[in-house]
Design a binder for this molecule. Structure first.
Ligand code: HEC
Ligand code: HEC
Length: 272
């Protein structure tokens, strides 16, 4: 039998396998892009292209136009200018306004309860989160009520003040092997990037909060809220997708690590 005949379309085996392959591809696409995605309660049908991008873990919008994504998760457009250090006047005014926040977020932005620390938090994070509470993109009855009484200028001055306070503790700046694996190297097979490549330490992505020294219960609650979709203000669903790929044991491990205390039992202080 010549080689040509072996791979010819008229060869029945070849014909059947090609048909079987096409059918299998269509069935798996239907399952993967149409049937499975709506299982998540915060699923919104944005078309096949968005579905393919979500599955591959890449943004559906490669250009600068983020309008369609912003509609679903947040209305805040992060600008590098939001991350600038505040002036003395802004910090001073922010310090006065922050007297209304100490009850829960602590006198120096270090929470004594399960509310998040704000000391040293990146300014664009405080601005974005407060705006998200205001617009209802992130829900918390307490914070939604508080932010309603704040002007845009108040929000910016509060962010300047908290960014000026020393951070709870420093983050590891190397891929030290004593760090939990997800924090250090992530897990490429599950599309989890290393936490320290976004949350500070090795690198910080605009809008990713400083997590070092945060109360453990707060971190666990937020990760579980991303999984459930009750927190959905992360642009492009990046935290929701990573949290959903994590096991309960891993959530406990990373939260324990970020909440770790200095040897004196107090959250460690970063060098100024
Ligand atoms: C009665 C307690 C309380 C008061 C007062 C309060 N907060 Fe909060 N704040 C919370 C809690 C609880 C959360 C976490 C809510 C959630 O799960 O979304 C929070 C969350 C936040 C966040 C999000 C932090 C993050 O890491 O995502 C910011 C920013 C914030 N508060 C700023 C403020 C500012 C500024 C004030 C004062 C103007 C203030 N809060 C007053 C309890 C409070
Ligand atoms: C690709 C960048 C990126 C990576 C990698 C990443 N995050 Fe995030 N994470 C973000 C961004 C951005 C936000 C803020 C989302 C928003 O705008 O509300 C966030 C928010 C969070 C929050 C909520 C914090 C708060 O104060 O509101 C927690 C907790 C968190 N991430 C944990 C983790 C953990 C644990 C890992 C590693 C397993 C991780 N993240 C990896 C980008 C990232």
């Amino acid at each position: 039998m010549s080689e040509e005949r072996l791979f010819s379309w008229h060869n029945r085996v070849v014909k059947r396998s090609v048909i079987a392959l096409v059918a299998l591809t269509i069935v798996s696409m239907l399952i993967g892009f149409i049937w499975l995605p709506p299982v998540h309660e915060d699923f919104t049908l944005e078309g096949l292209w968005a579905g393919i991008c979500r599955a591959a873990g890449v943004p559906a919008n490669w250009g600068s136009d983020n309008a369609s994504q912003a509609g679903t998760s947040t209305s805040v457009v992060l600008e590098p200018a939001m991350a600038r250090a505040g002036t003395n006047a802004e910090i001073g005014r922010g310090a006065t306004l922050a007297l209304n926040c100490t009850m829960c977020h602590g006198a120096q932005g270090m929470s004594r309860s399960d509310a998040p620390n704000l000391a040293g938090q990146y300014p664009e994070v405080v601005i974005k989160q407060l705006e998200d509470y205001r617009s209802g993109h992130r829900s918390s009855p307490i914070m939604e009520a508080i932010v309603n009484g704040l002007s845009d200028r108040d929000v910016r001055d509060l962010a300047a003040y908290y960014a000026y306070l020393p951070k709870a503790r420093t983050a590891p700046t190397t891929y030290d092997e004593t760090l939990p694996a997800l924090i250090r190297v992530g897990d490429p097979l599950r599309n989890i990037a290393p936490c320290i490549s976004c949350h500070g330490g090795v690198d910080q992505k605009l809008g990713a909060p400083w997590l070092e020294g945060m109360p453990k219960r707060y971190l666990v609650t937020q990760l579980k809220a991303f999984i459930a979709g009750t927190r959905h203000n992360d642009p492009g669903a990046q935290m929701r997708n990573m949290a959903r790929a994590m096991t309960d044991a891993e959530i406990d491990e990373v939260a324990t690590f970020y909440a770790r205390k200095a040897s004196n039992g107090e959250p460690g202080r970063a060098a100024p």
